[in-house]
Design a protein around this ligand. Structure first.
Ligand SMILES: Nc1ncnc2c1ncn2[C@@H]1O[C@H](COP(=O)(O)OP(=O)(O)OP(=O)(O)O)[C@@H](O)[C@H]1O
Ligand SMILES: [Mg+2]
Length: 280
């Protein structure tokens, strides 16, 4: 078995898209959105991640925890072929998005537009708040002001930023606070209408209150898309992730329902050691 599925995820029991409360649950009974097989990533011949196989399911928040240098960011980078930016980076094995090998996408930009990325530090474009969010919709050919206004408001609202910036849409994004800029980055990622959102330690430069607001945003977004959440905060994975993988020194040591890992039902004792803060 490739994946650590929750015990309840048998026979498509969890295949229903929504629960009574209208909140989406992961579609464990359906084909995965991401299938990773025998993935090995090296830099200049030095392996950074070895022989990873896992599946990620639609409407899942998939957490990845692990100490520094365990290969978490490298893993995210390969999902949307950002390895193309780094000539020393070698990727072996296969990654499928919706059943199609990511290397079979002729147009890498089309692939990347399916996948939104949020980095540890906000990387705002040197543009106004409005133009940061309107950038990608304009590239897609949306021109009418009313249509752009609608997209900008919707994405900023989904990123829990609209109320704070609706009166300063024309000021530079870089003048917002760190926490606001990080939410602007999320709004911009959402403006691509991605089906997969990758977040790499998004709360590193964000205060705890904003972190909680963004966590609420992610919980809500889960009903629309799939999220891969790399976090150095194990409790954040516990709060948010449906399943969690533990990476350690380039190895996937564990994978399972978050609840299981945090309650000690682990494959490897090192997982419990890390979760309990005995190393890291
Ligand atoms: N561009 C690069 N060139 C060479 N080696 C790299 C590069 N990026 C990462 N590495 C190496 O790959 C390994 C994994 O790094 P990676 O950034 O994926 O880890 P990480 O788990 O994200 O760590 P952190 O928690 O510090 O962000 C490390 O040994 C790192 O030195
Ligand atoms: Mg990293």
């Amino acid at each position: 078995m490739v994946d650590g599925l929750p015990a309840s995820a048998t026979a498509g029991v969890l295949a229903a898209a929504t629960t009574a409360g209208g909140v989406a649950s992961p579609l464990y009974g359906e084909p995965p959105i991401i299938e990773v097989r025998d993935l090995t990533i090296s830099y200049d011949g030095q392996p950074a991640l070895r022989d990873i196989s896992l599946d990620i399911f639609r409407h899942e928040i998939f957490g990845i925890i692990g100490p520094a240098n365990s290969g978490k960011t490298s893993f995210l980078r390969t999902l949307n072929r950002m390895d193309g930016f780094n000539p020393g980076m070698d990727v072996r094995g296969s990654i499928r998005l919706n059943g199609k090998d990511i290397n079979d996408w002729r147009n890498v930009y089309a692939l990347r537009s399916r996948i939104g990325v949020v980095f540890p530090l906000p990387v705002g474009l040197p543009l106004t708040v409005y133009d940061n969010v309107a950038f990608s919709p304009r590239l897609r050919g949306i021109r009418r002001k009313a249509d752009l206004d609608e997209v900008v408001e919707r994405c900023l609202t989904r990123a829990a930023l609209w109320d704070e910036v609706k009166d300063r849409l024309d000021s530079l994004g870089s003048l917002l606070s760190g926490g606001q800029q990080q939410r602007l980055t999320i709004a911009r990622a959402l403006s691509q209408e991605p089906e997969l959102l990758l977040l790499d330690e998004f709360s590193i430069a964000v205060d705890p209150v904003t972190t909680m607001r963004i966590e609420d945003v992610l919980r809500e977004l889960r009903s629309e898309l799939t999220i891969v959440l790399v976090t150095n905060l194990v409790q954040q994975a516990r709060r948010l992730a449906d399943r969690t993988a533990f990476f350690l020194m380039g190895e996937m040591v564990d994978i399972g329902a978050t609840e299981d890992l945090f309650e000690g039902r682990v494959r490897d004792e090192r997982t419990t050691g890390y979760i309990e803060g005995r190393f890291g």
